[in-house]
Design a protein around this ligand. Structure first.
Ligand code: TYD
Length: 228
């Protein structure tokens, strides 16, 4: 990480997001480690979860029997409730201390999954989002873009293992068309607000994606408005 880039990341809030199987979590952990080695204090969070209350909501939301019955509005509110708790308990205090906050999924997931793919209107999700987030919106959302066929091929070997049964039920119960809509949901968000989004071609090999991530971050973060 170039040394001049480190100060630009202090007190910033970055989100990594994308469809299941986009490889975002691998890149997320890599950047977290790299940023710490470069001397940054990093607050690492994942959604849903990241707090005691959030982890209980996560268990509920990812339970296949709940997933089958849950109404999309109820689902959206549960994701948002977990998010409100995460903001209050972890994200805002970390930003106030000048840490770099890195989130694995955030409101962009709700807009893509419950919104574009699930049929809820973006303006309704954003209205609830304004309550949950208040003034704390991400500085940048990195979208790991991958087509539904590539992500399905990546997930297949993982889904064979027994420990992935819950994920298997959840992911396989949804149609290929649903996954295509999720992808379109992310791309629409990035298209609508290009300054706050960085779209990466996540079908490339992991090292290339990471190199593009660092390059893109450097460009976007130095172009952000100064804080305060
Ligand atoms: P998880 O096991 O954390 O998957 P991943 O490693 O891909 O992040 O499961 C999170 C799932 O929940 C994933 O399929 C996306 C979905 N999700 C929503 O539908 N809405 C949301 O607001 C969030 C945060 C996640």
């Amino acid at each position: 990480m170039p040394p001049g880039f480190v100060p630009a990341l202090r007190g910033r809030f970055l989100v990594f997001d994308g469809p299941d199987g986009s490889g975002k979590s691998t890149q997320f952990h890599r950047l977290c480690d790299h940023a710490r080695i470069a001397g940054l204090e990093v607050c690492e969070v994942r959604e849903p979860g990241g707090t005691h209350i959030g982890e209980q909501i996560r268990r509920l939301l990812l339970d296949p029997s709940v997933k089958e019955d849950v109404d999309v509005k109820a689902e959206m509110l549960l994701f948002m409730a977990s998010r409100a708790q995460l903001l209050a308990q972890r994200i805002r205090p970390a930003l106030a201390r000048g840490e770099l906050v890195l989130a694995d999924r955030f409101i962009s997931s709700t807009l893509a999954y419950q919104g574009t793919a699930g049929g809820m209107r973006a303006e309704d999700i954003l209205a609830v989002g304004r309550v949950a987030l208040g003034d704390t919106w991400p500085d940048l959302t990195v979208v790991f873009d991958v087509d539904a066929e590539t992500s399905a091929a990546r997930l297949r070997p993982l889904l064979r293992g027994r420990e992935f049964n819950a994920a298997k039920d959840r992911i396989e119960s949804r149609s290929a068309d649903y996954h295509r809509r999720v992808r379109a949901g992310y791309l629409d968000q990035a298209h609508a607000r290009p300054d706050n989004h960085l779209v990466l071609d996540a079908s490339r090999d992991a090292d290339t994606v990471y190199a593009n991530l660092l390059h893109g971050l450097q460009q976007k973060m130095t172009a952000l408005k100064p804080q305060g």
